[in-house]
Ligand binder design. Structure first.
Ligand SMILES: Cc1ncc(COP(=O)(O)O)c(C=O)c1O
Length: 459
């Protein structure tokens, strides 16, 4: 172990050697998952998995899960995990929370989808308004759809062609948002963008998070319908807003007639009304999805009175099913019953208090190990989620966060945790707390993290 206060350098060969050992351990402990994966690769599943990003779990093949309940997952080889991934927020409620299951089960036998509104729509709309401070709501099947529809409405009511996003943002599979800044500051398609319909520079302006000067410059063109922003970036590690940034963004958007759409899909971790309620933001529209129905497909977008009035005035009611926003199953009765059950009994004020305390415990333990082993890493907490990154400085922008990414260490740490029965979100070192998560779950991670830190820095 290196002494506290000194900076340990981790030899790359050590990372490679540990990775080899962990891969062997993984393969020998997951024979049944391996067999299922080999069978899947023979053809029934294009990429060996039902959705191609499931290939991005650590290890030589994905583990197949048999059961998930609360904050625990059991795989087909009988291995039980503390789940800190929680479906990348889709299961922030814990898996299959009883009130959601009860509300959904009660609905299942009485009609799932009908093209008609169900009574749940009213209390659910009221509760969304109470939590997020926007009065008018619509429901979709995913957060991606909520963002797509919000953007389209913003373009329609402002008559402007472009949107603005922050460099290295993620808002789901929304065409306009896969834009990033090249080294020389041009708007280009993000790596891995599949089949883009048009050049991203035609649809999107991009600036760095926390760069109010660049935001002012780009909004001054007067062609941006809306800024679409997570209030703190969560998909490139956590990038927190600096003091004053949100106020300035709001001033600039108002001054230029640009609508502000806040995407709370992940930042709901900040409390029952997300970051928006916790920090008193005043967006024109707000989008969300993933956990609000306990994992049953649902998304939602809300808007202020002023925006709602403009939307109503521009809606062609006779063609409301063909206008670029829609979805036959959107707003279905099963989703809305599940939202009701989840918001009233699962993601409650009390639950957030406990979840946040657990994230605190996680952060403190990781920070302690980092300091004890002289690692030049850092950990950041945002409400009930926490994340560590393998660089000394907390990033201020998406570009800085992206530059800090260390793919080898990241892969090793994910597999190391998985082999010690802790699941972390696959794409980065994020841990999320649910109402069902226990201190023991957090401590399993803390112990594994300390063990990894010890092995990585041993003389
Ligand atoms: C901030 C944010 N918005 C929207 C989405 C899209 O969610 P979904 O893939 O469930 O549509 C994601 C997905 O990770 C997200 O992180």
């Amino acid at each position: 172990m290196s002494r506290p206060g000194t900076t340990a350098t981790i030899p790359r060969e050590r990372i490679a050697a540990l990775m080899e050992r962990e891969r062997e351990r993984f393969a020998s402990g997951h024979q049944r998952s391996r067999k299922l994966h080999e069978r899947a690769l023979e053809g029934p599943l294009l990429s060996g998995v039902p959705m191609n990003w499931m290939t991005r779990w650590p290890g030589q093949f994905p583990i197949y899960f048999a059961e998930a309940k609360g904050a625990r997952i059991v795989d087909v080889d009988g291995v039980e995990y503390a789940d800190l991934c929680l479906g990348d927020t889709g299961a922030m409620t814990g898996h299959s929370p009883a009130p959601t299951v009860a509300a959904a089960s009660e609905r299942l036998g009485r009609g799932i989808t009908t093209m008609l509104p169900s009574e749940d729509a009213l209390p659910v709309g009221d509760e969304m308004a109470r939590r997020f401070g926007l009065r008018h709501w619509q429901f979709t099947l995913s957060a991606t759809d909520a963002n797509r529809f919000a953007i389209r409405l913003c373009r329609q009511v402002t008559g402007r062609p472009r949107i603005l996003v922050f460099n290295h943002c993620y808002h789901g599979s929304v065409d306009e948002t896969f834009a990033t800044l090249s080294a020389d500051g041009r708007v280009v398609a993000r790596e891995g963008n599949v089949g883009p319909p048009v050049d991203l520079a035609e649809t999107t302006r991009v600036v760095e998070f926390n760069d109010a000067g660049a935001l002012e410059r780009e909004l001054a063109y007067g062609d941006v319908a809306c800024v679409l922003a997570e209030p703190a970036m969560t998909n490139v590690g956590i990038v927190l807003a600096e003091p004053g940034f949100h106020d300035r963004m709001r001033e600039l958007t108002r001054a230029t007639g640009t609508l502000l759409v806040i995407d709370e899909t992940h930042t709901l971790c900040c409390g029952p009304g997300g970051y928006t309620a916790a920090e008193g933001l005043e967006p024109d529209l707000l989008t969300i999805g993933k956990p609000i129905a306990g994992g049953i497909p649902t998304g939602a977008y809300g808007m202020s009175d002023a925006v709602a009035e403009r939307v109503r005035a521009r809606t062609d009611w006779d063609n409301a099913d063909v206008g670029g926003i829609g979805g036959t199953l959107a707003g279905n009765a099963l989703s809305l019953a599940s939202v009701r059950g989840t918001l009233t009994e699962v993601l409650t004020d009390d639950a957030f208090e406990r979840m946040t305390a657990l994230a605190d415990r996680f952060e403190a333990a990781v920070a302690r190990s980092i300091a004890e082993h002289g690692l030049s890493w850092q950990v950041t907490r945002l409400g009930c989620r926490a994340e560590y990154m393998f660089a000394p400085d907390r990033p201020r922008t998406g570009a800085e966060a992206s530059a800090e990414f260390d793919p080898e260490l990241d892969a090793l740490m994910h597999l190391y945790m998985l082999n010690r029965r802790v699941l972390m979100t696959p794409f980065h070192m994020m841990a999320l707390m649910s109402p069902a998560t226990t201190e023991a779950d957090v401590d399993s991670h803390s112990e594994a993290f300390a063990e990894a830190a010890e092995e990585l820095t041993a003389a």
